[in-house]
Write a protein that binds this ligand. Structure first.
Ligand SMILES: Cc1cc2nc3c(=O)[nH]c(=O)nc-3n(C[C@H](O)[C@H](O)[C@H](O)COP(=O)(O)OP(=O)(O)OC[C@H]3O[C@@H](n4cnc5c(N)ncnc54)[C@H](O)[C@@H]3O)c2cc1C
Length: 452
């Protein structure tokens, strides 16, 4: 049975008491849960109470942070109202099930843009806060939570907590990056940033190796957006080659038209053999050579710059039914260069490849969340299809290497780290656990606190 996290709008408000299969974006693991779509803020807390439960947005997390085996998922997509907007300051108040795509559709024609955006616009505001997501501008803008002045948290006993940096600041810090465990975020304020054009002034620069990547990152810290695609399959003289990408919002006024919705969709699961090493090698070579000159610059629309994958709905089906694992680590600068080289070498040597590997320098802006993933250093994110135990063994090795190098893994992308690893990466987890709603948990949380 194919499973989806988010019920179509027609199902919102209906109540599903039967358990069915659920999966997140990585399609691994698959769990059995029941779904209770929320439509109005008054729909929560559930009466009679149920336990355990977990809020879920668009299910765009890759692992099990948005899954709950044997529990009830609170579908928040029905909480999709924009509540207030100040056109002078760009402060938006909206319900937590509003997606970033919906904010863009509303705000871009008015000359406003998201302060921070991930590589997909199909995530909810609640999900963006709960994972304290980051984007290509982390080095200057920090995380999404840095741009959320206030939100309301509702606990399963009905307590409503207004949270900001000055009011209930401990709940504010626990909920940003709190993986949906402290209660339901009902609504939030998001501070948007002004734009005069949809366009991004883009530059792409080919590089070879970590030294060149780091030099380009240092020389580009003036740019608002920086990220690099890296070939993580080639060895020898092509090892760690990539394309470094920079972008800034254009200052030349241009019509701010809304974006048409994508029409392309992957209609079926690809067979496992379609994703062999040969196909990935061809893809990586072609992607590197797609840019014919060492250095190119162009004016590009923000959609392909930020969301190249959103053009194809359900692209995760190309990984087939078994799904894929995502690995995202951040290594501190002290071990960044050698550590990242060792990790990239281990991936290239494993014989497993990835189409999509991105490298980025994370900056100093402090995250407001006590459990937020980002820290100053170098982050690498990549997808690897699940073939067999070989994939799991590689991930176990990469997690251990990350631990030895003083880094950490990103819960939003994880389906594999052990309890010992999590507790090493996030030693503050016990203090955080005091803020967990007693009725809320997730498959991720059960896994990483097991035996504690
Ligand atoms: C193609 C792609 C690119 C991505 N790029 C990036 C990136 O660049 N940077 C990055 O940081 N992430 C990235 N992500 C991950 C994604 O941004 C996060 O996983 C995000 O949290 C997903 O939001 P969602 O609405 O789908 O939430 P879900 O995945 O459904 O849930 C995420 C967490 O939020 C909690 N939650 C959801 N709604 C609420 C609520 N109302 N109240 C309380 N808790 C709630 C859930 O319990 C869960 O713990 C990417 C994902 C994809 C698929």
């Amino acid at each position: 049975m194919r499973t989806k996290l988010i019920p179509p709008a027609s199902e919102s408000g209906s109540e599903s008491k039967r358990e069915s299969d659920f999966e997140s974006w990585g399609r691994y693991p698959k769990v059995k849960s029941s779904l209770r779509p929320l439509h109005w803020m008054g729909d929560f807390p559930l009466r009679p109470a149920v336990s355990p439960q977990l809020p879920v947005g668009m299910g765009r997390s890759y692992g099990d942070v948005c899954l709950l085996e044997g529990g009830t998922l609170l579908g928040t997509r029905g909480l999709d109202r924009l509540l207030a907007f100040d056109a002078q300051t760009g402060l938006l108040r909206c319900e937590s099930g509003v997606t970033l795509a919906e904010i863009l559709r509303f705000a871009v024609p008015l000359g406003w843009f998201l302060p921070v955006t991930p590589g997909t616009k199909y995530v909810t505001v609640g999900g963006a806060i709960a994972n304290d997501i980051h984007g290509k501008n982390h080095h200057v803008a920090g995380t999404f939570g840095c741009h959320v002045p206030r939100f309301e948290l509702v606990r399963s006993d009905g307590t409503r907590i207004s949270c900001s940096a000055s009011e209930n600041s401990d709940w504010f810090a626990a909920t940003i990056g709190g993986m949906g465990l402290t209660g339901l975020i009902a609504w939030a304020e998001v501070q948007l940033r002004p734009i005069v054009s949809r366009n991004i002034c883009y530059e792409g620069i080919r590089f070879h190796g970590m030294d060149e990547f780091l030099a380009l990152s240092a020389a580009s810290s003036h740019a608002e957006y920086t990220v690099a695609w890296i070939d993580c399959i080639s060895r020898g003289r092509n090892f760690a080659r990539g394309i470094f990408m920079l972008g800034d919002h254009s200052h030349l006024p241009d019509p701010l038209l809304p974006t048409p919705e994508p029409r392309l969709s992957v209609p079926f699961d690809f067979p496992g053999w379609a994703l062999n090493r040969f196909a990935m090698r061809v893809f990586n070579g072609a992607y590197y050579h797609k840019q014919r000159h060492r250095h190119v610059s162009a004016l590009v629309d923000y959609e392909p710059f930020f969301y190249p994958l959103d053009k194809v709905l359900h692209w995760n089906r190309i990984y087939g039914k078994r799904g894929f694992l995502q690995f995202q680590c951040v290594l501190p600068f002290a071990h960044g260069r050698e550590g990242m080289e060792a990790i990239l070498q281990a991936i290239a040597d494993s014989g497993l490849g990835s189409f999509l590997a991105v490298l980025k320098v994370m900056g100093n802006p402090a995250s407001p969340g006590s459990m937020s993933f980002p820290m100053p250093g170098i982050t690498l994110a990549l997808d690897i299809p699940i073939h067999s135990d070989v994939t799991f063994r590689l991930f176990d090795r990469l997690a251990e290497m990350t631990r030895e190098l003083g880094g950490r893994l990103y819960p939003a992308k994880d389906a594999r780290m052990t309890a010992a690893q999590f507790q090493f990466f996030y030693p503050q987890w016990r203090e955080f656990a005091a803020y967990r709603d007693p009725d809320f948990t997730s498959s991720f949380w059960e896994r990483v606190t097991h035996g504690a």
